[in-house]
Design a protein around this ligand. Structure first.
Ligand SMILES: Cc1cc2nc3c(=O)[nH]c(=O)nc-3n(C[C@H](O)[C@H](O)[C@H](O)COP(=O)(O)OP(=O)(O)OC[C@H]3O[C@@H](n4cnc5c(N)ncnc54)[C@H](O)[C@@H]3O)c2cc1C
Length: 512
């Protein structure tokens, strides 16, 4: 760990928000020796990585699929620690169990398990889709790895100072062109596989970035790499253990963590202009800081914390990702269907479903859904004999046509009944002993722009150097670390965004 040189002044850094982006920024700044304070308005750290606890059931209420262990390791390494000393990570053998519907039968077109072991996965594909697709998977895996190697440093793990930075150095970008990464994702995956189920299985991940696989470029297959090749993990106790563990180490290393403390505004040298000088808290008190890193969404930071009537044009005009209808259910009986930790139920419409969801702002007629059963891997998360069940249906954000006040009940009932048919839930409603429903209006009430927890989407011109920047030349000393800035949405991405904000902070403070 490099430390601040002894003759350099210790400076003060405020981090507004203790979500994973803010925690990562703090972790990457601890070795600088500066004084770091995290202000978190909630009672807990982790932001969207929160948990619902009721009646003996514990269910994460945010991210459920943990990928990219090396990025998590880098956070702890920045703190001089090892992940294994702070988190009990379970590596999932079955990353997903994918079920394909035919009409109303959720299993009508069969099921495929995505397995962590490469050779076992080749066997799985051979037995279900035949030798040709099994061979294709071997080639596809190599394509994904090459793509990731060319893309990560060039597009994801770096600060951009100009739109053309992604051409420097030119070799990785040329390699991406050679790999065909600027063709449409659906076409690339369709060129490898003949079984339409595999095409769905290896391209749906672009939806995590808010883009349909028919619109997404091949570079988005990097999410398929993270999701299906690089390994999926689950911390014992639930995903929320990750921010808890980072927060604990930060506190041990001297970071001041102030939960239940809302920042009302970011102070600047000349009122509404000039460099940042500190923060004003909700109780009216003011504290001076040399740097402020905002972990709140960019649009919220400009409108609420900087007092702008609207955020800069680029942010104001951004398109937001679809949202989610989330049902967190504690069931006193376990699913009777064959399930894994993560289960995807693919509806039997495909291209039309993305048109309904993204272009028309309607609920998908045959929705594809994610069902995660955390108690599958950690039985302590449910009472004996029961199951904690996390059910997520992608739905339009609040720019769509759904009137959630009137349509929520129906949407929830339809979702539950599809899970009863799939034998994830029993037919007896009284078996559900704990329940929490979160719809787009709830996400909005939690402060999320456009009622989506997935922020600004990753359309090409909202990604890489085109995404809202993590600094603003007109506000010296302010940096952003969150999903709405570079590199983007998802746990690995916001952890990287924290590192990038830390890098900008060090440069601003003249640390190197
Ligand atoms: C339902 C759901 C499912 C998801 N699934 C996955 C998944 O499977 N895998 C994956 O990788 N990602 C997933 N994600 C996305 C991932 O969780 C987010 O991209 C990431 O956690 C966002 O982190 P963040 O630090 O940018 O923001 P946040 O987590 O929103 O943190 C921001 C923090 O700032 C605080 N804050 C804001 N304003 C103030 C203020 N004025 N004063 C003080 N504090 C303030 C907030 O309270 C919050 O704690 C999911 C998200 C959700 C909600």
């Amino acid at each position: 760990m490099a430390t601040n040189s002894p003759n350099r002044a210790v400076r003060s850094i405020a981090i507004v928000g203790g979500g994973l982006g803010g925690l990562s920024a703090a972790a990457h700044l601890v070795s600088s020796g500066h004084q770091i304070t995290i202000f978190e308005s909630d009672a807990h750290l982790g932001g969207k990585s929160s948990q619902f606890k009721s009646n003996g059931y514990t269910i994460d209420a945010g991210p459920s699929v943990l990928t990219m262990l090396p990025i998590i390791e880098s956070i702890f390494a920045a703190l001089g620690e090892k992940v294994s000393d702070h988190l009990d990570l379970i590596k999932l053998d079955t990353l997903y169990r994918a079920n394909f519907a035919s009409g109303n039968d959720p299993y009508g077109e069969g099921s495929i398990s995505v397995l962590a072991n490469h050779d076992q996965m080749v066997d799985e594909i051979r037995s279900i889709s035949g030798q040709k697709d099994a061979d294709a998977f071997i080639r596809f895996s190599k394509f994904l790895k090459d793509l990731y190697d060319s893309e990560f440093n060039q597009f994801i793990d770096r600060n951009f100072d100009s739109l053309f930075d992604f051409l420097k150095p030119i070799a990785p970008t040329l390699n991406l062109v050679k790999l065909g990464a600027f063709r449409k994702l659906n076409s690339i995956v369709s060129d490898y596989f003949s079984d339409s189920r595999l095409i769905k299985l290896f391209s749906f991940q672009s939806l995590y970035a808010g883009v349909s696989p028919f619109e997404a470029l091949g570079i988005y297959a990097v999410i398929t790499y993270m999701d299906t090749i690089a390994g999926v993990y689950f911390p014992k106790g639930g995903m929320a253990q990750l921010p808890i563990a980072i927060g604990k180490v930060l506190a041990e290393k001297g970071v001041s963590i102030r939960t239940n403390t809302k920042v009302a505004s970011i102070l600047r040298s000349n009122g509404l202009s000039g460099a940042v000088t500190g923060v004003q808290l909700a109780d009216g008190s003011r504290e001076s800081f040399d740097v402020v890193i905002s972990n709140a969404e960019a649009a919220i930071t400009y409108k609420q914390l900087l007092g702008h009537s609207s955020p800069p044009r680029k942010i104001a005009k951004s398109e937001y990702s679809p949202s989610a209808l989330l049902m967190l259910l504690g069931s006193k009986v376990k699913p009777t269907a064959q399930v894994a930790h993560h289960n995807i139920f693919f509806g039997d419409s495909w291209k039309e479903a993305f048109v309904e969801l993204i272009d028309e702002g309607r609920q998908m007629t045959n929705a594809s859904t994610l069902v995660t059963i955390p108690s599958f891997s950690d039985p302590m998360l449910a009472p004996e004999g029961g199951a904690s069940i996390y059910c997520l249906e992608p739905v339009p954000n609040l720019s769509g046509k759904i009137d959630w006040k009137n349509e929520r009940e129906n949407a929830v009932e339809n979702f539950k009944s599809s899970l009863r048919v799939a034998k994830v839930l029993s037919s007896d409603p009284s078996d559900i002993e704990a329940e929490k429903i979160i719809d787009p209006l709830d996400w909005q009430a939690m402060g999320m722009e456009m009622g989506t927890p997935f922020s600004i989407s990753h359309r090409f011109f909202q990604s890489g150097p085109f995404r809202p920047a993590n600094s603003d030349k007109s506000i010296p000393g302010l940096f952003f670390a969150n999903a709405s800035t570079t590199p983007g949405v998802g746990v690995p991405m916001v952890l990287v965004s924290g590192r990038l904000a830390a890098e900008r902070t060090r440069m601003y403070l003249g640390d190197r």
